[in-house]
Design a protein around this ligand. Structure first.
Ligand code: SAH
Length: 223
Protein backbone atom coordinates (compact mmCIF):
# COMPACT_ATOMS: atom_id res chain seq x y z
CA UNK A 1 0.00 0.00 0.00
CA UNK A 2 1.60 3.27 -1.11
CA UNK A 3 0.03 6.71 -1.22
CA UNK A 4 1.81 8.71 -3.88
CA UNK A 5 3.33 12.11 -3.21
CA UNK A 6 2.75 15.20 -5.29
CA UNK A 7 6.28 16.48 -5.94
CA UNK A 8 5.40 19.17 -8.49
CA UNK A 9 7.28 22.37 -7.82
CA UNK A 10 9.27 20.95 -4.89
CA UNK A 11 12.92 21.63 -5.58
CA UNK A 12 14.96 18.47 -5.45
CA UNK A 13 18.27 18.54 -3.68
CA UNK A 14 21.17 16.49 -4.92
CA UNK A 15 20.27 12.91 -5.70
CA UNK A 16 23.73 11.86 -4.57
CA UNK A 17 23.23 13.24 -1.06
CA UNK A 18 19.93 11.40 -0.81
CA UNK A 19 21.43 8.11 -1.96
CA UNK A 20 24.19 8.50 0.59
CA UNK A 21 21.53 8.76 3.32
CA UNK A 22 19.86 5.59 2.05
CA UNK A 23 23.19 3.77 2.12
CA UNK A 24 23.71 4.87 5.68
CA UNK A 25 20.30 3.62 6.76
CA UNK A 26 20.97 0.24 5.17
CA UNK A 27 24.38 0.06 6.87
CA UNK A 28 22.62 0.62 10.18
CA UNK A 29 20.32 -2.34 9.57
CA UNK A 30 17.20 -0.87 7.98
CA UNK A 31 16.21 -3.49 5.42
CA UNK A 32 12.54 -2.96 4.65
CA UNK A 33 12.44 -1.94 0.98
CA UNK A 34 9.08 -0.27 1.55
CA UNK A 35 10.49 1.96 4.27
CA UNK A 36 13.65 2.74 2.29
CA UNK A 37 11.61 3.62 -0.82
CA UNK A 38 9.38 5.97 1.14
CA UNK A 39 12.35 7.70 2.76
CA UNK A 40 14.01 8.01 -0.64
CA UNK A 41 10.98 9.75 -2.14
CA UNK A 42 10.05 11.98 0.80
CA UNK A 43 11.61 15.45 0.47
CA UNK A 44 12.89 16.13 4.00
CA UNK A 45 14.15 19.60 3.06
CA UNK A 46 10.64 21.05 2.86
CA UNK A 47 10.19 20.36 6.59
CA UNK A 48 13.15 22.57 7.54
CA UNK A 49 13.84 26.30 7.60
CA UNK A 50 15.65 27.47 4.53
CA UNK A 51 18.84 28.05 6.52
CA UNK A 52 19.00 24.35 7.46
CA UNK A 53 17.58 22.81 4.30
CA UNK A 54 21.04 22.01 2.93
CA UNK A 55 21.52 19.59 5.85
CA UNK A 56 18.19 17.81 5.28
CA UNK A 57 19.74 14.56 4.01
CA UNK A 58 22.26 14.16 6.81
CA UNK A 59 21.31 11.45 9.27
CA UNK A 60 20.83 13.86 12.17
CA UNK A 61 18.05 15.48 14.18
CA UNK A 62 17.82 19.22 13.48
CA UNK A 63 16.05 22.13 15.22
CA UNK A 64 12.58 23.17 14.01
CA UNK A 65 11.98 25.99 16.53
CA UNK A 66 10.04 26.00 19.82
CA UNK A 67 12.86 23.89 21.37
CA UNK A 68 11.81 20.91 19.25
CA UNK A 69 13.58 18.84 16.61
CA UNK A 70 12.88 16.96 13.40
CA UNK A 71 13.73 13.32 14.13
CA UNK A 72 16.87 11.68 12.76
CA UNK A 73 16.05 9.74 9.55
CA UNK A 74 17.46 6.51 11.03
CA UNK A 75 15.03 6.75 13.96
CA UNK A 76 12.08 7.52 11.66
CA UNK A 77 13.03 4.50 9.55
CA UNK A 78 13.45 2.27 12.62
CA UNK A 79 10.10 3.27 14.13
CA UNK A 80 8.30 2.90 10.82
CA UNK A 81 9.88 -0.48 10.15
CA UNK A 82 8.87 -1.68 13.63
CA UNK A 83 5.22 -0.91 13.04
CA UNK A 84 4.88 -2.22 9.50
CA UNK A 85 6.92 -5.38 9.94
CA UNK A 86 3.86 -7.42 10.93
CA UNK A 87 2.05 -6.57 7.69
CA UNK A 88 -0.18 -3.77 6.57
CA UNK A 89 -1.49 -1.16 8.99
CA UNK A 90 -4.82 0.56 8.51
CA UNK A 91 -5.06 3.08 11.30
CA UNK A 92 -2.09 4.79 12.91
CA UNK A 93 -1.99 7.30 15.76
CA UNK A 94 1.06 9.57 16.04
CA UNK A 95 1.74 11.67 19.12
CA UNK A 96 4.07 14.61 18.49
CA UNK A 97 3.50 15.78 14.90
CA UNK A 98 6.33 18.34 15.06
CA UNK A 99 7.00 19.51 11.52
CA UNK A 100 5.26 16.45 10.08
CA UNK A 101 8.17 14.49 8.60
CA UNK A 102 7.43 11.19 10.37
CA UNK A 103 3.73 11.80 9.58
CA UNK A 104 4.57 12.07 5.87
CA UNK A 105 6.51 8.80 5.96
CA UNK A 106 3.83 6.79 7.76
CA UNK A 107 0.97 8.35 5.76
CA UNK A 108 2.42 6.77 2.61
CA UNK A 109 2.23 3.30 4.19
CA UNK A 110 -1.04 3.35 6.17
CA UNK A 111 -4.68 3.87 5.21
CA UNK A 112 -5.28 6.66 7.71
CA UNK A 113 -3.14 8.59 10.16
CA UNK A 114 -4.29 10.58 13.19
CA UNK A 115 -1.71 12.96 14.61
CA UNK A 116 -1.64 15.15 17.72
CA UNK A 117 0.68 18.08 18.51
CA UNK A 118 0.63 20.39 21.54
CA UNK A 119 2.34 23.40 19.88
CA UNK A 120 -0.09 25.14 17.55
CA UNK A 121 2.36 26.88 15.16
CA UNK A 122 4.18 23.56 14.61
CA UNK A 123 0.91 21.80 13.87
CA UNK A 124 -0.02 24.50 11.37
CA UNK A 125 3.34 24.17 9.67
CA UNK A 126 2.93 20.39 9.49
CA UNK A 127 -0.54 20.75 7.95
CA UNK A 128 0.90 23.07 5.32
CA UNK A 129 3.81 20.71 4.50
CA UNK A 130 1.64 17.62 4.27
CA UNK A 131 -0.92 19.34 2.05
CA UNK A 132 1.91 20.48 -0.18
CA UNK A 133 2.84 16.82 -0.61
CA UNK A 134 -0.77 15.97 -1.45
CA UNK A 135 -1.21 13.60 1.50
CA UNK A 136 -4.89 13.66 2.42
CA UNK A 137 -5.31 10.64 4.66
CA UNK A 138 -4.29 12.55 7.81
CA UNK A 139 -6.42 14.04 10.61
CA UNK A 140 -4.82 16.61 12.91
CA UNK A 141 -5.53 17.61 16.48
CA UNK A 142 -4.06 20.43 18.56
CA UNK A 143 -3.95 18.94 22.06
CA UNK A 144 -1.97 17.11 24.71
CA UNK A 145 -1.75 13.68 23.10
CA UNK A 146 -0.56 11.74 26.14
CA UNK A 147 -4.01 10.20 26.59
CA UNK A 148 -4.26 9.23 22.92
CA UNK A 149 -7.36 9.88 20.80
CA UNK A 150 -9.99 7.49 22.08
CA UNK A 151 -12.84 8.37 19.68
CA UNK A 152 -10.69 7.43 16.69
CA UNK A 153 -9.28 4.17 18.10
CA UNK A 154 -8.53 1.35 18.33
CA UNK A 155 -5.33 1.74 16.31
CA UNK A 156 -3.22 -0.88 14.55
CA UNK A 157 -0.20 1.16 15.52
CA UNK A 158 0.64 4.07 17.78
CA UNK A 159 3.90 5.92 17.55
CA UNK A 160 5.07 8.53 19.97
CA UNK A 161 7.84 10.91 18.98
CA UNK A 162 8.33 12.42 22.46
CA UNK A 163 9.37 10.45 25.54
CA UNK A 164 7.25 9.90 28.66
CA UNK A 165 8.87 8.58 31.84
CA UNK A 166 6.29 5.82 31.88
CA UNK A 167 3.95 4.56 29.20
CA UNK A 168 0.50 6.16 29.55
CA UNK A 169 -2.01 3.32 30.04
CA UNK A 170 -4.52 4.99 27.69
CA UNK A 171 -2.15 4.32 24.79
CA UNK A 172 -2.07 0.60 25.59
CA UNK A 173 -5.87 0.55 25.86
CA UNK A 174 -6.26 2.15 22.43
CA UNK A 175 -4.24 -0.56 20.65
CA UNK A 176 -6.24 -2.97 18.49
CA UNK A 177 -5.72 -6.73 18.87
CA UNK A 178 -2.18 -7.43 17.58
CA UNK A 179 -1.55 -3.67 17.57
CA UNK A 180 1.91 -2.18 18.13
CA UNK A 181 3.08 0.79 20.12
CA UNK A 182 6.51 2.27 19.38
CA UNK A 183 7.58 4.69 22.06
CA UNK A 184 10.73 6.17 23.61
CA UNK A 185 10.60 5.81 27.39
CA UNK A 186 12.76 7.44 30.06
CA UNK A 187 14.63 10.61 30.91
CA UNK A 188 17.28 12.44 28.83
CA UNK A 189 20.18 10.17 27.90
CA UNK A 190 18.63 7.15 29.62
CA UNK A 191 15.82 6.57 27.14
CA UNK A 192 15.07 3.37 25.30
CA UNK A 193 12.88 2.87 22.25
CA UNK A 194 10.31 0.20 23.10
CA UNK A 195 8.05 -1.85 20.85
CA UNK A 196 4.97 -3.10 22.67
CA UNK A 197 2.67 -5.64 21.05
CA UNK A 198 -0.85 -6.35 22.26
CA UNK A 199 -2.19 -9.90 22.41
CA UNK A 200 -5.55 -9.80 24.17
CA UNK A 201 -4.80 -8.33 27.56
CA UNK A 202 -1.12 -9.25 27.34
CA UNK A 203 1.47 -6.72 26.28
CA UNK A 204 4.94 -7.91 25.27
CA UNK A 205 7.86 -5.49 25.24
CA UNK A 206 10.93 -5.48 23.01
CA UNK A 207 13.73 -2.93 23.42
CA UNK A 208 14.80 -1.63 20.02
CA UNK A 209 17.47 1.00 20.66
CA UNK A 210 18.96 3.57 23.01
CA UNK A 211 17.53 6.93 21.91
CA UNK A 212 17.21 10.59 22.83
CA UNK A 213 13.86 12.29 22.24
CA UNK A 214 12.35 15.49 23.61
CA UNK A 215 10.11 14.86 26.65
CA UNK A 216 6.40 14.14 26.29
CA UNK A 217 4.86 17.04 28.19
CA UNK A 218 1.63 16.19 29.91
CA UNK A 219 -1.25 18.59 30.54
CA UNK A 220 0.20 21.51 28.59
CA UNK A 221 -1.05 22.91 25.31
CA UNK A 222 0.73 25.86 23.66
CA UNK A 223 -1.16 28.31 21.44
N1 SAH B 1 7.55 13.65 14.55
C1 SAH B 1 8.53 14.71 14.40
C2 SAH B 1 9.36 14.91 15.64
C3 SAH B 1 8.73 15.86 16.54
S1 SAH B 1 9.59 16.17 18.05
C4 SAH B 1 9.38 14.44 13.19
O1 SAH B 1 9.00 13.72 12.33
O2 SAH B 1 10.44 15.00 13.06
C5 SAH B 1 8.33 15.75 19.21
C6 SAH B 1 7.08 16.59 19.20
O3 SAH B 1 6.25 16.12 20.26
C7 SAH B 1 7.30 18.08 19.46
O4 SAH B 1 6.80 18.81 18.39
C8 SAH B 1 6.52 18.33 20.76
O5 SAH B 1 5.89 19.59 20.77
C9 SAH B 1 5.50 17.21 20.75
N2 SAH B 1 4.92 16.87 22.04
C10 SAH B 1 5.52 16.79 23.26
N3 SAH B 1 4.64 16.44 24.21
C11 SAH B 1 3.43 16.29 23.57
C12 SAH B 1 2.12 15.95 24.02
N4 SAH B 1 1.85 15.66 25.30
N5 SAH B 1 1.13 15.90 23.11
C13 SAH B 1 1.37 16.18 21.81
N6 SAH B 1 2.59 16.51 21.32
C14 SAH B 1 3.61 16.58 22.20
Amino acid sequence: MRNKLNLNGIGMTSQRTRERLLGRLMDQGINSMEVLDVIRSTPRHIFLDEALAHRAYEDVALPIGFNQTISQPYIVARMTEAIISSGSVDKVLEIGTGCGYQTAVIAQLAISVFTIERIKPLLNRAKHNLRLLGLRNIEFKHDDGSAGWEEKGPFDAILTTAAPQQIPKELLQQLAEGGRLVIPVGIDERQELQLITRQGDDFSTEILDAVRFVPLLVGQVQH
